[in-house]
Design a protein around this ligand. Structure first.
Ligand code: MTE
Length: 391
């Protein structure tokens, strides 16, 4: 602000008048000045909105929690605001007693609350062959991170007398018209990590995200987090359903497909500065981003401002949680010359996020799913930031 700035010299109306009463907004909404921050569809990506995706605006978020109203949406057959009094969860298959639970039945059982990311296996899927989208919202916005609350699935299967010896898999089925059915290995359920969630960020799930019940499968791609969850079947082998045999599989360079590659590998992205943004002037900038791994905690994030020649270790902000987003920050003084910003994450298993060159050597360029390559943002002298790929 310059000298004689009227915004500081003159008293604004909000300093000289009575404000609105309490509960004028009984369910609070963001400021009208934040209207630009919204979920967005990628124009032309799909033919109908009922089978599409709306991306989270990562460029405008802080910390690790995604506001519920900005959680990305991915539906195969549209969403419904399901009446919880009519919703049921059925357990069948290799169990001693088949059972049907109401929401009231489920909500009196012991609950857990845990912070986890959910990332669609197709996140960054448009960028396999070349740069395709301009902003981090479209390149990485199929990830959100929330605190989920619900009942461990193991608890429910124990109540039904599941046969853990024969029953090494479960099938999860949604109540929408998409026949969304996914196989989950029983080890994940026995670990206690998988739960049926009704809560998200302290309130009930939002309808778009599976209200009143969805599966939470930490570290595993979003498609397995079945929404409007209505049935769990215990079985002795994977089902190879349509969303396991035709979709969510990795096309390899030799033309074969890899199936059941469900864990989301170590990945990170700088969210500011990022594609589509403008640096106003040379000088200090806080580089901020997100890192996550489906295999556990993030242990380190390095940041480069010269396209991967030199790297500096970024500061990981607390909390650093397993299978959750970790926020990283690092200071940068821009000298006004062209720069390429990159982040590279490492997780507790030692997995180092690969470059596009490394990833393509193994996976080729024709896949859709599971792209965890290092993202590059190019800064030019005018201060404009754009999406580029560095091998
Ligand atoms: N569950 C049902 N019943 N129907 C769906 O279309 N989409 C899946 C999964 N669960 C889907 C579903 C996919 S592909 C993803 S990535 C996540 O839900 C998206 O969850 P979200 O819409 O809450 O972000």
């Amino acid at each position: 602000a310059g000298e004689g700035d009227p915004a500081i010299l003159n008293l604004p109306p909000w300093s000289t008048s009575l404000g609105l009463p309490v509960a004028a907004n009984p369910y609070g909404m963001p400021s009208r000045y934040e209207r630009g921050l919204r979920r967005r569809e990628s124009p032309g990506l799909t033919r109908v909105g009922g089978s599409s995706v709306a991306f989270t605006p990562l460029q405008g978020l802080f910390g690790i929690i995604t506001p519920s109203g900005l959680h990305f949406e991915r539906h195969h057959q549209g969403w419904h605001d399901v009446d919880p009094s009519k919703h049921r969860l059925m357990i069948n298959g290799l169990v001693r007693t088949n059972a049907v639970f109401t929401m009231d039945d489920l909500m009196r059982l012991p609950s857990v609350s845990r912070i986890h990311f959910i990332e669609c296996g197709a996140n960054t899927g448009m960028e396999w062959g070349n740069v395709a989208v301009p902003t981090v919202q479209y390149s990485h916005g199929m990830i959100s991170c929330s605190e989920f609350t619900g009942v461990p699935l193991k608890e429910i299967l124990d109540m039904c007398g599941a046969d853990y010896k024969q029953g090494r898999y479960v099938l999860a089925e949604g109540a929408d018209g998409s026949s969304m059915t996914r196989t989950i290995p029983m080890e994940l359920i026995e670990s206690g990590e998988v739960f049926v969630a009704y809560g998200m960020n302290g309130e009930m799930l939002r309808p778009e995200n599976g209200y009143p019940l969805r599966l939470v499968v930490p570290g595993v791609q979003g498609v397995s987090w079945v929404k409007w969850l209505r049935r769990i079947e215990v079985g002795d082998k994977p089902w190879a359903t349509k969303d396991e045999a035709v979709h969510y599989i990795d096309l390899m360079p030799d033309g074969l497909h890899r199936q059941y590659t469900s864990v989301q590998e170590c990945k990170s992205v700088i969210t500011t500065p990022s594609g589509g943004q403008l640096l106003l002037d040379k000088g200090f900038y806080n580089i901020s981003g997100m890192a996550w791994s489906g295999r556990g905690r993030i242990t380190r994030v390095d940041v480069s401002t010269d396209g991967g020649i030199n790297w500096r270790e970024a500061r990981l902000e607390t909390p650093v949680l397993s299978k959750a987003v970790t926020r990283f920050n690092i200071g940068w003084v821009w000298d006004g010359k062209p720069a390429i910003l990159q982040s590279r994450a490492v997780d507790e298993t030692g997995h180092v996020q690969p470059s596009y060159g490394q990833l393509r050597k193994v996976r080729g360029t024709r896949s859709i799913y599971h792209n965890n390559a290092i993202q590059s943002w190019k800064v030019v002298e005018s201060g404009e930031v754009s999406n580029v790929q560095v091998l």
